[in-house]
Design a protein around this ligand. Structure first.
Ligand code: AMP
Length: 587
């Protein structure tokens, strides 16, 4: 494979996103312009600009209605989806129903702006792309993006579309647990079969998967399950409830999250909020034991999922060789303790950073796909399972499955159907994804028709319907009339029109410019502040010298003047240089 541009892996998370690059034979996780290796998946629309990442999260209290977060909970879903309906109730921003899809409505510069979830995803991806570009000092196009293992076809496609809108060529959409397993297994020269349990507890969601690694190169997802509404934010909420009578909520959230993190390494944490209410400061303490007690039912909930996933993989606890921890909330000591106890005292593998392991694996996979890998890294073959059954609607709204859930991909399966009435010349194939018995409870992927069926009694014509899912998760469905050889097919691609995609791409371009402007504005502001503070300090020192030397000689005053010039002039010269290079403080 030809060596292309730099290999980038992006973990597009519900609460935080992370980007890595494969360089000098290893993965490097890249810090953003604020120096943080994890960037909040937040997008804010202020009257002057669009903010993404830390700056958007930092202003959330001031701009709650126009700050979008948790967009990953909406991407690729229907507005009527029960999780969309229940999530919406907890968000300060507005979600509207636009042709059956959830879209975000924000106010900016006195105008109402409506954005798709793909656009919000794209804005976060643009930020991650820019973070990589700033570090590498070169353009980045190819990327591998991770998604949860339970994401359905439509959620995967929508994530891919978000990548396209962000100007990325998405080489592959890879499952988060598979990425974590790759990060763990790739450089280990593993032999035989290793069953790895991946326990992923982040800010908003919990996922458990069992992956078998065969001879170090074949990665098979054996089973996967989880709870899309369990994570660090729930633990924060428990602490907020605990203090609810004493605090104002918004300010409390940040203080509680900080205290929770502290309790992972100490047995007691202070919760300190200055001027919380009517200029009264609030200082209190919480012990680790108390925090554990507040969340004990939530912590225990995770074990039921672990048990289910091991059972579904047709394994038992003792056949799990490694337990990988993923997601910031796995740093909570009590969670580690109960998980290890549940696994009969097995030690947990903490060799990888839980916030970065998914990005790490995605970056490695990009390096393999794009031909950038070094000799130390062997080729791998990923085998994923389909998280939802795929099938077509048959009379009475019944979901007739063609490919069962948990089947390995790539796969091709065909089933023979027939007409339902006499002299039926057209057969409609409506494709659904989901595990429920009736199509109305599942997700509709698309519809096409096979026409020109010769006249015959019902049940006589034989129509072969074939489902083919390729390694990239793209589904192609075809139907063929056996008697005539006549066939039709559809590839279930993005459900967005070219116009819609073009519109999103042009919006993203605008957003890119805004982010760039914002970055330049911040740099300029920091330079100015630095300059003022340095000059201020020099002036204060000179003033105090003056106060103490009111009877000094002319030469002494002149020397002092020269000294002060010496301090200020380099700054002025540097600023003038910057001005010529286009990073003026007067921008
Ligand atoms: P992730 O989605 O993987 O980035 O995880 C983010 C979640 O992990 C947030 O809820 C954080 O508050 C939580 N988290 C991060 N570090 C710690 C820590 N040291 N102790 C407890 N929770 C943490």
């Amino acid at each position: 494979m030809a060596v292309k541009g730099p290999a980038i892996g992006i973990d597009l998370g519900t609460t935080y996103s992370c980007v890595g690059v494969f360089k000098h034979g290893k993965v490097e996780i890249i810090a953003n312009d604020q120096g943080n290796r994890n960037t909040p998946s937040y997008v804010a629309f202020t009257d002057t600009e669009a903010l993404v990442g830390d700056s958007a999260k930092n202003t959330v209290a001031l701009n709650a209605k126009s700050t979008i977060f948790n967009a990953k909970r909406l991407i690729g879903r229907h507005f009527s989806d029960s999780t969309v309906q229940s999530d919406m109730k907890h968000w300060p921003f507005k979600v509207i129903n636009s042709g059956g899809k959830p879209k975000l409505q924000v106010e900016q510069k006195g105008e109402t702006k409506i954005l798709t979830t793909e656009e919000i995803g794209a804005m976060v991806l643009v930020k991650m792309k820019q973070t990589a570009e700033a570090y590498l000092e070169t353009k980045v196009t190819d990327a591998v993006i991770t998604v949860p293992a339970y994401f359905n076809h439509s959620q995967r496609l929508a994530t891919k579309d978000a990548g396209f809108v962000a100007g990325l060529n998405v080489l592959h959409i890879i499952n988060e647990p598979t990425a974590a397993a790759l990060a763990y297994g790739l450089d280990k020269n593993l032999t035989g079969k290793k069953n790895v349990l991946i326990f992923d507890l982040g800010g908003g969601a919990f996922d458990v998967s069992v992956i078998s690694i065969n001879e170090g190169s074949l990665y098979e997802v054996r089973s996967t399950s989880g709870n899309s509404h369990l994570g660090g934010e729930d633990f924060d909420n428990r602490m907020i409830m605990h203090f609810r009578n004493e605090f104002k909520r918004k300010i409390l959230r940040t203080a509680c999250e900080r205290a929770k993190r502290t309790l992972s390494s100490t047995s007691e944490a202070n919760v300190e909020i200055d001027s919380l209410f009517e200029n009264i400061d609030f200082y209190t303490k919480i012990t680790r034991a108390r925090f554990e007690e507040l969340c004990s039912d939530l912590f225990r909930l995770t074990l039921a999922t672990v048990e289910k996933v091991i059972r579904e993989a047709k394994l038992n606890k003792s056949s799990i060789h490694e337990i990988l921890l993923v997601g910031g909330s796995t740093r909570i000591p009590k969670i580690q303790k109960i998980l290890s106890e549940f696994m009969n005292g097995k030690e947990l593998n903490k060799s990888v950073n839980p916030d970065e392991v998914v990005t790490y694996g995605a970056t490695l996979y990009d390096a393999i796909l794009s031909g950038n890998r070094s000799d130390t890294i062997k080729d791998v073959f990923l085998v994923d399972v389909i998280p939802f059954s795929l099938g077509i609607e048959t009379p009475g709204g019944v979901m007739t499955k063609v490919i069962e859930r948990n089947t390995y991909t790539p796969i091709k399966v065909s089933k023979t159907f027939s007409t339902y009435s006499d002299n039926q010349t057209t057969f409609s194939i409506e494709v659904f994804e989901g595990n429920r018995a009736m199509t109305k409870d599942n997700f509709r992927l698309g519809k096409f028709y096979l026409t020109g069926i010769p006249l015959a009694l019902r049940g006589v014509p034989q129509i072969d319907v074939e489902f083919e899912m390729n390694a990239n998760g793209l589904l192609n469905v075809s139907a063929q009339d056996k008697s005539t050889g006549n066939s039709q097919n559809i590839t279930i691609l993005s459900d967005k029109s070219k116009e819609e995609i073009d519109r999103m791409v042009s919006n993203a371009e605008k957003c890119k410019e805004e982010i760039e402007k914002q970055k330049q504005r911040l740099t300029a502001r920091n330079q100015l502040e630095h300059f003022i503070l340095s000059v201020k300090q020099a002036c204060e020192e000179s003033l105090s010298w003056l106060d103490n030397n009111s009877l000094a000689e002319k030469e002494e005053y002149e020397d002092k003047m020269k000294e002060l010039h010496k301090v200020c002039t380099p700054f002025v010269t540097k600023l003038q240089d910057n001005d010529q290079n286009g990073t003026s403080i007067s921008d």
